[in-house]
Design a protein around this ligand. Structure first.
Ligand SMILES: C[S@@+](CC[C@H](N)C(=O)[O-])C[C@H]1O[C@@H](n2cnc3c(N)ncnc32)[C@H](O)[C@@H]1O
Length: 208
């Protein structure tokens, strides 16, 4: 393993140990400038591509659907969605610095600061599609955020979330999902790093 890879892995471990939203904001303020290099150039994380591709398989008209990317960070999910033909993507994130990196890439129709762990309002809510990658992970967002996000999903809408196994288990998300008015269209456990251990639920549901 080289220095870059060591450093990137350390950052990911630190991110997973974050204790709350205040710490997350300050952690991502520091990481924003080198996040893409660490996560995508060095570690070659594929979770954001996987969830975007999975969403696409359930969307008949990618050009016209409005998508909310929750915890959008520097825009990796939107990059993939655009590659797949999606055009109307809004992003929300806790970190102004991560949002600024995303803004510079000009991928989103709109970008807004929001804390998924608290209730928030959005001008285009409710959405016909919501997607999230890398945000339902330890130290970040769990059941409360899932419920908040679900409240912004239109009836008949699709929600596609990558949810780290420790969060899935700790917050009993299988039980939570079973209480919601939804059809589960996919729920497979897969790796976020090529060749890595399966570590994440790739969940797609439709609100009934
Ligand atoms: C690992 S990054 C994932 C970013 C992007 N989705 C990707 O796939 O590269 C996690 C993101 O979640 C955001 N985040 C952490 N806690 C949050 C919260 N409570 N509400 C909204 N966003 C949050 C961070 O600012 C960061 O941009």
């Amino acid at each position: 393993m080289n220095d870059d890879s060591d450093k990137a892995r350390r950052k990911v471990m630190q991110a997973r140990a974050i204790a709350g939203s205040k710490e997350a904001r300050s952690f991502y303020a520091d990481w924003a400038a080198s996040y893409d290099h660490d996560v995508y150039a060095t570690l070659k994380v594929v979770g954001s591509h996987r969830i975007a591709d999975l969403l696409q398989t359930h969307v008949p008209d990618v050009k016209s659907i409005e998508v909310l990317d929750a915890g959008c960070g520097t825009g990796a999910v939107a990059e993939r969605l655009k590659f797949r033909g999606f055009e109307l993507i809004d992003g929300i994130d806790l970190s102004p610095e991560m949002l600024q990196v995303a803004r510079d890439k000009q991928l989103y129709r709109s970008l807004q600061e929001a804390n998924l762990n608290e209730q928030f309002t959005l001008p285009h809510s409710p959405y016909p599609a919501i997607v999230s990658a890398g945000t339902f992970t330890t130290g970040h967002v769990g059941a409360k955020g899932f419920q908040n996000l679900f409240s912004h999903l239109r009836q008949g809408g699709l929600m596609a979330c990558a949810i780290a196994i420790p969060v899935w288990e700790r917050d009993q998300l299988a039980a939570l999902v079973s209480t919601l008015p939804v059809n589960v269209l996919a729920n497979r456990v897969d790796a976020t790093i090529p060749g890595g251990k399966p570590d994440t639920h790739f969940l797609v549901l439709r609100k009934s």
